[in-house]
Design a protein around this ligand. Structure first.
Ligand code: UT7
Length: 330
């Protein structure tokens, strides 16, 4: 009989292949000049400090509406049928309601089989990458071949539009991927969390509401989060390259969580990397938390940057402080 170690090693050798990605954003783009009509800010400040030019805010749409459009886009591109999906994970910290999950409503709308494993996963801006690894493990036990992972956020619902230090940074959107197990597509993953006892980045919820009546909004001390980000990204890249026995030059693209251009530039400099290796689309969407990485992958697909065999490192980081990273082969 195989030992537990052997069973685990065999399971770990099964990679994850992304067949297709899709995306959705709500309404019309909100420019930096539009934001300057709401708070005391300017296009100059936002562009120079963050690189962001526009973002999208939901008007009437719910989280599940964005998730549905992104999921359908990915399913159509993958060319698979609803009854072939065994796992559906929605990653979000901004669900429409506490319970039931966005994933439950999405399963029904997509007509996925009733015995599909469905749930929401909250790992803040690292959520989508936690979702990929969780889907990989659940697929090992699924009778059906495909998983659908959807990062979907309606962050505008939890923004304080009197706080210029946060409200200009974030946006709404959803990105989705259809994934299958594959022995031909190695998948290296790591993740974790580092205590943020001081509360440098959080979105208050039930406890704050119950104890002080404070509304649920995002609070952030940007410089502390910046410090965390520029520490964890190179660490993740080094560790993944070591695991895969590769060098940074062997990687086609690095996709960081799209929070701030200065974070990405800082990392490029520190690693002596080629700037064009780091995909950037935060100028269009702002920080969309767990939707940012699939939104980036979808823009890369549209720009025909994703070729069969491309090696891509993705890194997510955010509240918690959580992080996750993966090296995947397209
Ligand atoms: O998804 C989670 C991941 N999040 C992140 O990665 C965020 C990481 N942090 C950052 O991206 C940056 O720290 C920010 C973009 C959030 C802020 O940039 P900063 O260079 O760290 O600015 P700051 O917070 O030190 O503020 C500098 C000045 C302050 O004014 P004083 O005190 O120097 O007079 C702020 O009040 O900029 C002011 N300020 C603004 N001015 C115009 C803050 N927000 C704005 C604004 N418009 N929107």
């Amino acid at each position: 009989m195989a030992t537990l170690g052997v069973i685990k090693a065999e399971a770990q050798s099964v990679g994850l292949h992304l067949l297709a990605v899709g995306a959705a954003v709500p309404g019309e783009a909100v420019t930096n000049d539009d934001m300057a009509e709401i708070v005391d800010t300017s296009d100059k400040w936002i562009t120079s400090r963050t690189g962001i030019k526009t973002r999208y805010f939901c008007r009437g749409e719910r989280n599940v509406d964005l998730a549905y459009r992104a999921a359908l886009d990915a399913l159509v591109h993958a060319g698979i049928r609803a009854e072939q999906v065994g796992v559906l994970i929605v990653t979000t910290f901004t669900p429409d309601q506490m319970s039931p999950s966005v994933a439950c409503a999405l399963r029904a709308r997509l007509n996925l089989p009733e015995d599909t494993v469905v749930f929401d996963l909250n790992a803040a801006c690292a959520g989508f990458l936690y979702g990929l690894q969780t889907a990989r493990q659940l697929l090992l036990a699924s009778a059906r071949p495909y998983a659908l992972i959807v990062g979907s956020e309606t962050i505008s619902r939890v923004l304080d539009f009197t706080d210029r230090s946060t409200c200009v940074l974030f946006g709404d959107g959803a990105g989705a991927a259809v994934a299958e197990l594959s022995t031909a597509s190695p998948f290296y993953w790591l993740g974790g969390s580092r205590e943020d006892a001081a509360g440098f980045l959080y979105c208050s919820g039930l406890w704050d509401k119950a104890s002080s009546g404070a509304p649920s909004v995002v609070h952030m001390q940007g410089q502390e989060v910046f410090r965390f980000a520029v520490d964890i990204i190179p660490h993740c890249i080094d560790e993944l390259l070591q695991k895969a026995n590769l060098k940074l030059n062997d990687i086609d693209y690095v996709v960081c969580h799209q929070a701030n251009m200065r974070i990405i530039s800082h990392v490029v400099k520190r690693l002596h990397a080629r700037p064009e290796q780091f995909f950037v689309n935060l100028q269009r969407y702002g920080n969309t938390s767990s939707a940012s990485i699939p939104l980036a992958l979808n823009d890369m697909r549209r720009q025909q940057k994703l070729k069969s065999g491309s090696r891509i490192i993705c890194i997510g980081f955010g509240a918690g402080f959580t992080w996750a990273a993966c090296l995947l082969t397209w």
